[in-house]
Every structure is written in structure tokens, then in C-alpha cells.
Design a protein around this ligand. Sequence first.
Ligand code: ADP
Ligand code: MG
Length: 689
Amino acid sequence: MQQLSDSVQFVKGVGPQRLRLFHRCGIFTIEDLLYYFPRRYEDRSHIKPISKLKVGDFETVRGKILTLGVRPTKSKLKIFQLAVSDGTGIIYATYFNQNYLKRFFKVGDEVILSGKVSLFKTLQMNSPDYELISDEKEKIHSGRIVPIYPLTENLNQRFFRKVAKQAVDKYFYLVKDILPPEIKRKENLIDIKEAIKNIHFPQNFLEQEKARERLVFDEFFILQVGIALRRQYLKKISPAKKKEEINKRNLVAQFKKVLPFKLTPAQQKVIKEIEKDIKSRRPMNRLIQGDVGSGKTIIAIYSLLLVLERGSQGAFMAPTEILAEQHYWTLQKLLLPLNINIGLLISELSAKIKKETLRKIREGEIDIVVGTHSLIQKDVEYKDLGIVIIDEQHKFGVEQRRQLRKKGIAPHCLIMTATPIPRTLALTVYSDLDISVIDELPEGRGNIFTYWIEEEKRMKLYNFIREEIQKGRQAYIVYPLIEKSEKMDLKDVQENFQKLKKIFSDFNLGLLHGRMSKAQKDEVMHYFAQKKIDILVSTTVIEVGIDIPNAGIMVIENAEHFGLSQLHQLRGRIGRGPFKSYCFLLGEPKTEEGIKRLNSIVSSQDGFQIAEDDLRLRGTGEFFGERQHGLPELKIGDILKDVRIMERAKNEADELVKRDYHLLLPEHQLIKRELRRRLGERWDLVSVG
Ligand code: ADP
Ligand code: MG
């Protein structure tokens, strides 16, 4: 008796040689093969008369073999050729260096050919896929809708398709249905056995669609059951909140008095939402989404103060040292009148200072600690961590977030990002987060003009920068590399800094990159903030968060090298003051995608729009690397397009978990097994904000 867990070697056609190739595709068992889905389909079911063929199109014809043979050419290549007629005309099928094919055909045989039609004296198809017609055999490669699989080298479609067909025909009946019948009925889903058959070899596209719907539903359903279980579990372990001793200092009221500007209505709304969370007895778990420059830092400060008033500490984590440092100084400056102790924890501290800082955090002398991922290192212990704030969360992984949270007893958690979260992710990874949106910029902002300019205009650009600096502005010039590299034909910051120093000899230039010492970096950022440096020549270390409102020019060299979100973030360094700002992109993209990227950034300033373009250009895989979202890789579901199915799967999963939290009912045993198998240990991470 064969089982789905048996080696794929049991499938006819898979010998020891080929086995390796299957392994390389992640196919070890028969079940893996059945769940290895086509990437796309080709509709080869419409057979055309040869007389009606259009040159250049992909077409399918059916006819009898008139002649066949191997033809030598002037070069050493040999061509195997078939002449096929269907009574309306003749077409030649040619195969280069595949003489072995001649064994398979005889004059008079009936064949179906699918391929691109070309005209070279006669009508031709170059290496068309073929199918010999015989009454007893079902067609696989032609004359039907044909699956095309994502394959590695050396594994060809024809061979794989044949093996897949063998496996589907012989083993599909073994596939087990994980869904309880009432869910299947309610959601109007087809049987899993049918779905497996039809996802590989559908008779028509409606069948294929229904099959896909079923399989996507299953995939999402398992994920959502995992998330629902996790959510239940977290509810149980959240300890009752400790007695809160409200501090008499009333920090928030004091802070409001010293705030140098008026909050935007969007900021006020978000702060109200946070206040409500913190005053409630359950830990806050909130995501703040606001475009670059929308003023998220102030929100963070408010939240910190609200928790400090209740007698706890706060931690504020940023992805880079430079940003952590900037936040540290912003807090120092704004909170000076409030008499709060603020600490900085980054990896580059001297051992002595670090030890002292750690002690102060442990003993509660430090109220707020700002830092990088140093904040989650083992040696950091907090006296009473009441809130964790994570800035630019898209730069962190799920795991880091979780670790920071674990440093306190159910602390409030606020995460901030400029990258919009698609609805599907809101339903999965972020499903236990409340989301607040800052949907407006402070007044007078967003006044950025973006130009993609040609190399010939470089001198003109430099003159323009000169004029702007004379008006009092400052500029960033960003390069992709620190040092010249043999491997990459990209500009580097070190060499160009020297060149720029000559060109702008009448101004002050500063150099900044990740390999400088902390003291050097501090000095440069400090001088730039104080306007002692006019032009900051930098790598992308300034990409996120840096806030120097007087800087009005951003030049990005080799702009084609950067991703869309990155370009948007870089541009977000300017336009932070009440004057016009200018972003210049220099670069010559070699791909169409690269051109689209630059056009997108030129034509839009809207972070949502840009994130959408980014997704479309890059695909979800890269946009949401697994590290970032913590979701297992999806086999068939599309995290962007299948939102509706995700919602349905979530509703059903929530209900099921409500009824049977421990998955004890016999009809839920297969779900439990799948949960372990598909999500493995990872499902523990899913849905942790
Ligand atoms: P981001 O959302 O990108 O983190 P920041 O918090 O760095 O934005 O804020 C951008 C700049 O706008 C900072 O200089 C900040 O002081 C300023 N800012 C924030 N809120 C307001 C406001 N309501 N009015 C005027 N300026 C503001
Ligand atoms: Mg910020």
C-alpha cells in the first residue's frame, strides 16, 4: 500500500538520477509532488487550421505527419524535422540537435503541435511541444490546457509534466481533506481530491479557478488557525496589570506647554487613541503608520511620557546608530524642562559607559533609554519596562520586536512605520495590532520637486546647489558605495568626496559613512545639524529617520541602484521645513523595471502610491521578506491578491478555535497535524507584533 509520505521515487519515471533534481525543487515525497503547483498554464486547447495561423503567435495545430527526417546544416547542427498537414496547409516542426526524437514518430501518425509560428520560406514551429494522438491515451502536453511548472535547470517541462500526471492519476485519491464538511459547504469549496487533480490538469479555466480557490483557502486557513490559537494563548498569559501609581508630575501637561509647534489634527487623533490604550488595563499593541515627515517622533514622546507618569520606564528602539543618536538628542532637548533621565545604548559605547548605563537601566535611574538593537541584548535588564517603541519597524524582524517586548512584563508596545501595510498582512502578521494612521503632514510640507536628470546637466545641478546654499539651505549628496569596488560599477562616497571638495571649495563639506568611528560620525552629524556643514556627502546611513529641517536638497547618485522605498525614504530627508525642497536623481537604469522605478518616484510623493508601485515591480516575495513578516512561505496564495479568501479563512478559523480551543475534537485532528507540518515551530512567531 502506497502512502503520500513515500518517496517520490515510487512515481513512474523518477529514477535515482532525476531524484536529485526533484529534491532540488523541494520535492521529496509523493505528497510534495502533488502539492507542487504549476506557475502558470498555457491554453493549447484551441486547435487552428494551418491555413489560419498567424505568424508570431503561439498556436496549436493538429494533423498527420507527411515526412520526417534529419537534415544536416552548414554548421555542425543537425535538424530533426517533421512536415505536418491538416488538409488546409503544411507546417514544419524543427528541433535542433534532438535527433533521438525520430524514434517517436512515423509517417502517417497524427500529432498535435504547440509553439510559436514563424515563416522561413515555409510555415514553421521551432521546437514545438508535441503530443501523439492515440485513442486510449489522455493528452498531456498539447491539445488541452497545459500546466507550466517552476523548475530548476535540467528538469524539463515535458518530463516533469508526465511525472506529475502519473502522480496525480495514481495517488490523488490518497489526499486527505483537512476541512470539516460544514466549512466546505458554507464556503462553497470543492473537494480536495478534485482540487489537486484540477490544479495540475484542468479541463477548463473555471475548474482551475475553483481548484486554486480551494487550495488557497486551505493554506490561509491553517495559517489563521495558528494565529487564532496564538491569540487565545496570549490572552491567557497577559498578567493582571500591576497597581499603577500615577506620578504627580503630570509630564504630559508640562510637555504640551513647551512643545514648539501645534500638533496636526492627525497627530492629535492618534495621541487620543494611544491615551485610551494606556489608560485601559490591557497592554497596548499599536502600529502607527505615517508617511515620512508626518511627525511620528512626537507621538513616540507622548506615549513615553504617558507611561512614565505611571511610574514605569520606556525603551525607544531605532534601526541605526545615527537615528538612535538623533532621537536621543531630540528627547534631551524637548524634555529638558521636565527633568527626565534619558540614556543612550548603542554598540559603540566604551565598556565603562556601557556598564554604567546598564546599571542605571537596571536600577531604574534611567527613565527612557534610546538605542539600537543593543536594547535587546542579553545583558540589558530593565527595572520596570512599561513601554517599548520601535521606530521604522520595517527595518526590524518580527523576532527582534518580540525580544524587546519580553524585557518587560506585558509592556505597552508601539511600533512606527512609513511603509503602509497591505490588508492581507493586517489580517495575519499584524492581526493583533490596532492600527493608527497619520494621514497628513505638518502645514507647508511636502513641497518637494523631484527631477531625474541627465549626466550632462551635472554642472548645472552644481550651480543650482550653490545658489540654494547661498540662500541658506543645506544639501545631501548620497552614493551607493563607501569604497570603489571591482565588482560593482557604482560610484563611491570616498573618491567623490574628494572631487566634490574641489568643486565646492568655497563651502564646507562633510563625509559620512558606516565605517567611520562613532566619534567621527557624531561630529559630522552635529556640525551638519548646526549648519557648520553645507553639504553632507554620505552613503545610505542617513536613509531613515534623519531630521535636519534646513536641508532642502537631496542628490542621489546611481539612483537606479536603489529600491523604490529606499528612494522615498532618502527623499524624505528633505521637505521638512517651510521652504521648497529639491530631489535630484542621477543614474542610467539598464532595465525597464529600473526606468519604471525612477519614473514612479518622480511622479509621486505619496508613500502609499509608491509602496504599491514597489510591490508591483518587485513582487511580494522580496517586498516582504520572510524575515520581516515572519509568515511561512506561501505555496499558492497571493498575499496581495487573495485578500477576500484570507478574510473568509480568518472568519472560519476564528470560529473553529472559539469552539475547540485545544483542537481536541476528532474532526480537527488533521488540522492540528497540518498546523505542525506546515508552520512547524514558526507558528509560535506568527501574529506576534
Ligand atoms: P517622521 O514621521 O518621518 O518620523 P519626524 O517625527 O521626524 O517625522 O518629524 C519631521 C519634522 O517635523 C521634525 O522636524 C518635527 O519636529 C516636525 N514636526 C512634527 N510635528 C509637527 C507639527 N505638528 N508641526 C510642525 N512641525 C512638526
Ligand atoms: Mg521618524
